[in-house]
Design a protein around this ligand. Sequence first.
Ligand code: MG
Length: 166
Amino acid sequence: MQNLYIDFDGVIVDTIRVTYDMLERLGVDQTDFEKMSEFYYNLNWKQLLSLTPIINDSFNCLKKISATNKFNIAILTHVNSLDEAVAKINYIRKYYKTVTIIPVPREVSKTKMIEAKNAILIDDYSGNLKEWESAGGIGIQFSTDLNKNKGFKVIDKLDKILDIID
Ligand SMILES: [Mg+2]
């Protein structure tokens, strides 16, 4: 079985779009790193997740991938605070009881938490994918826009990984 790591924000749920809408409404300067960190640190993640749409039937796709017995699946998600980690775990458990969940402190590369070599990462952020491939892993970009090509294979629905890797 191949190790398959799946990002959460912008892949499983659309937290990226919802938080950007909130930042716009609050008038937070999105180029100000400190203001952005403060925003994400203080965010009520439980409430945010209750308002956030699931992307393209992602949880059912995860279960479908798991049922093939070809992959060891884990959700690998950056977190800004322990509250965020707890809220994400509680949220994911409502939809998927058994999947492994690995929260990674925002300041740490996903490649420092996980042995990336020969493992697959599906992530919407090309920066994470670049680091992953530099560490010997296989990066697949998730985007609802299939034309968003930053040098990685792109999928817009998680079960499409089954068409790419067999
Ligand atoms: Mg993401």
